[in-house]
Write a protein that binds this ligand. Sequence first.
Ligand SMILES: [Zn+2]
Length: 484
Amino acid sequence: MNLLTGEWIPVQHEGVFEHISLKALLTQDEDWQISLPRDDMEMACLQLLVSLTQVLFIPDNKGQLVEHIAQPISESDYIAAIESKQDWFELDHPQHPFMQIRGVKAKELTDMAKLFAGLTGATSSAFVNESGLAGQLCPSCTAMGLFNQAANCPGFGGGFKASLRGDSPITTLILGSNLRQTIWRNVLCKKMLDVSMPWFETARNKSPNWVDLVKEKENIEAHQTGLLRGLFWQPAHIELIKGDGEGVCDCCGQQGECYIGFKKEKFVYEFKGVWPHPHGPRVFKVARGEREEKFSSFTTAAPSWTLLTQFLIRKEQEREGHTPAPVVSQARQMDVVNRRLYLMVGGYRNKQASILERRHELFNIAREWQNNDRQIERIVDTGLTYRTELRKKLFGFFKATGASLQDQAEHRFYKQTEPLVHGMLRNMDFKESKAAFSDYHQQLREATHNIFKQVTEPYQNEPKMIKALAIARRGLEKSLNELN
Ligand SMILES: [Zn+2]
């Protein structure tokens, strides 16, 4: 199967499920939607489509990009664009198959499920997936799994390298009105690339690392790594193995040739610097005079809104800061102010090689978001402040009594307030925000009070704890009053 010419994209349109080609998707204007059994695979499919389109077409400027969003491209433009690259995207190529190496030495076959993050080895597998999803996979699901594993997941463990962005980076993409427009909204134009990846022109025609192989123990510099090479970086040596005859794909149900496993082999190299991935927000801090930069990731169970400012707003402070993904920065500069921002956020939370949970969600942010950083920060920070006060007062109660309630309270807080925060972002009229913020405070305050009451309920009548509880309650009351 060839990703540039084959019909592999699983889509749905008016209840009909089919596989279409990238050419059909970019040259026609149908209302297709990606259709897969897992939300993270759908996002991986989209990210793969965006990455393919990005390396085929780099619009010169905003005007050209707007044109691409509005109008399908011509078939002849598509054919001309794929001509020099077609060979690199063939899943079964005899010499350099897509994101694989021929002749991988491995004693045994690895199960296909290992290409689907979190399917096996997760501490909460039942939560992460349905069982029996990947014994054998069709070429389409395999290509998406291969790409997702390499770009978005922790390494296989045992010395295997993780993705260019680290163990489990967060990906942010912009949602458009249909699939074709969504793809173009996440393609960076030349002007944007000049800013985010100034060396991209010189490294533009470098072949991917399954064609031009990385040498054992090679030192690779981020600023010599081109767009194609970085977007499709394969950190491990992998070789897919096909089954005999036909089978039914355990993921999408398609019948045909299937892969039944893969060989994998680790290899060592040093990647120096941070490659400015178009789809990933980054954070930095300065420690002992050195700036340490890395990609945003989910490191706690806190919901995505707690990190929203990292996804949207550039912040350069002396000791710390963050930079949104270039695709978000482009939307900020390019979009008309009366357009809402539909931001897809996806990522995994891992502990070493295993996935603890996956997060894939959509933020719908009110128009004029570009001009209202302060207010967006205020929405997030206000939520965080109420959480912190609740935790602090319960921590005081814990110190006095030994009853540890702060973690379960925090969990409840996130659960109860998540719709509030999303509602605030969605319905905000940034020009007339006073009443909305006052209402927001009121609701956060109520939720905080209720949670405090719920978690301390069992201790209301314990004589030894009544005093500590009263102190905590009064303390909370006082600090919430100050917040309002
Ligand atoms: Zn499949």
